[in-house]
Design a protein around this ligand. Structure first.
Ligand code: ASP
Length: 317
């Protein structure tokens, strides 16, 4: 079932947010404008009552730090309330309750459900059974649309543009849902892609096909040093250990890339280094002090973008 395209005056009102395929440049502009307003609200007064009386259920079947806490913080700063269900260990899911029954329960209490689940397509399944909007907070190796939104918002903020940039995605391009969503979202712009990964972790063929269909330039490589002086954005990812069935394969690739201050010397002065986090060694801590390290800006922006999305989806924008 294809997710609905997002159109109209407040194009997000009442919509499920399942895939970045729902976005276009126009509705992104609307959302990012709203996110800028959210930043001003937080910086000036810390909170507002835009979502007073609204309830968000936060249903996480997989671990999360940034996504879950920034959604909860977003809702709290807008005066709304949260039903937090983390890793579903204390819920009836451990008694064998199905996803459809769980979301049908939560929609009786909440106005919107934020869902993270290990299976690709789970958010679409949940949306099928649920009248209230579902926001996909990661469906296995599928997509992570809200991460891509905050990534794009940060790229635009750091570079003042998106068109014309060269973006290198590095690491686990096979299992990394963040790079899947970000590649799709960036394909709305005129960007050049460098997909840098070990052979066994290459970008899935369907995503390469989508990039080709858009007529965008891309290269697939194995060595970061071939692109470090060309990239405007270096988007580094963790090798997704939890997706491997053979841990020997994971061990073989886990330390493939480490971005160090030494490597950074060859990068453009304007290049930014991004990472969805958590990092487990791919970016050395010594890079954190480099002004080109953008991953802390990225996580902060996550809350503003999620505040904007919740406000829009709940029809209070
Ligand atoms: N936090 C991101 C995700 O949930 C990235 C990662 O886990 O590596 O996909």
């Amino acid at each position: 079932m294809a997710p609905k395209p997002i159109k109209g005056i407040n194009p997000f009102r009442g919509q499920d947010i399942l895939s970045v395929k729902q976005f276009d440049r126009e509705n992104l502009r609307y959302l990012f404008g709203l996110a800028e307003e959210m930043r001003i609200i937080v910086e000036r007064v810390g909170h507002s009552n835009l979502l007073q009386g609204k309830v968000m259920a936060s249903l996480f079947y997989e671990p999360s730090t940034r996504t879950s806490s920034s959604f909860i913080a977003a809702m709290s700063r807008l005066g709304g309330a949260v039903i937090p269900i983390n890793e579903v260990v204390y819920s009836s899911v451990t008694k064998g309750e199905s996803l459809p029954d769980t979301v049908r329960t939560l929609e009786s209490y909440a106005d919107v459900i934020v869902l993270r689940h290990p299976e690709v397509g789970s958010a679409a399944v949940a949306a099928h059974y649920c009248e209230k909007p579902i926001i996909n907070a990661g469906d296995g190796v599928g997509e992570h649309p809200t991460q891509a939104l905050l990534d794009l918002f940060t790229i635009e903020e750091d570079h003042n543009r998106v068109d014309g940039l060269s973006v290198a995605m590095v690491g686990d391009l096979k299992y990394g849902r963040t790079v899947h969503s970000l590649t799709r979202l960036l394909s709305l712009y005129n960007v050049k892609f460098y997909f840098v990964s070990p052979e066994i972790l290459r970008m899935p063929p369907e995503l390469i096909e989508e990039v080709k269909q858009k007529g965008l330039e891309y290269e697939e490589l194995e060595d970061v040093s071939q692109v470090i002086d060309k990239a405007d954005v270096l988007y580094v990812t963790r090798v997704q250990k939890e997706r491997f069935t053979d841990l020997a394969q994971y061990d073989a690739v886990k330390d493939y890339y480490v971005i160090t201050p030494e490597i950074m010397k060859r990068a453009k002065q304007t290049m930014t280094v991004m990472h969805p986090l958590p990092r487990v060694g791919e970016i050395s801590y010594a890079v954190d002090a480099d002004p080109r390290a953008s991953y802390f800006r990225q996580m902060k922006n996550g809350m503003y973008v999620r505040m904007a999305l919740l406000t829009a989806v709940l029809g209070r924008a």
